[in-house]
Design a protein around this ligand. Structure first.
Ligand code: SF4
Ligand code: SF4
Length: 77
């Protein structure tokens, strides 16, 4: 399952409307992507206004990109 919807989803429906295969569907609480019909075109990831859709390399392996913003706030100069 390469593309997954995270909890950041606000259910705006943009990805559902832009998905060519109907893989992006409305779920309970957040949108979800059906990996069985997703062709990995990337439309949903690019169109999501809140970047709620992420690409996961392989099953069970979460992309850890979000933890890099809280550390290192040095404004020296
Ligand atoms: S990557 Fe493409 S086919 Fe897969 S859910 Fe997103 S828009 Fe649909
Ligand atoms: S485009 Fe993003 S915020 Fe909107 S429904 Fe899809 S995943 Fe959720």
């Amino acid at each position: 399952m390469p593309y997954v919807v995270t909890d950041a989803c606000i259910q705006c429906g943009v990805c559902i409307g832009g998905c060519p295969t109907g893989a992006a569907q409305e779920g309970e609480g957040k949108t979800y992507i059906d990996p069985a019909v997703c062709i990995e075109c990337g439309n949903c990831e690019q169109n999501c206004p809140v970047s709620a859709i992420i690409y996961v390399e392989s099953d069970g392996e979460q992309a850890e990109k979000s933890a890099a913003s809280s550390a290192g706030n040095s404004d020296t100069l």
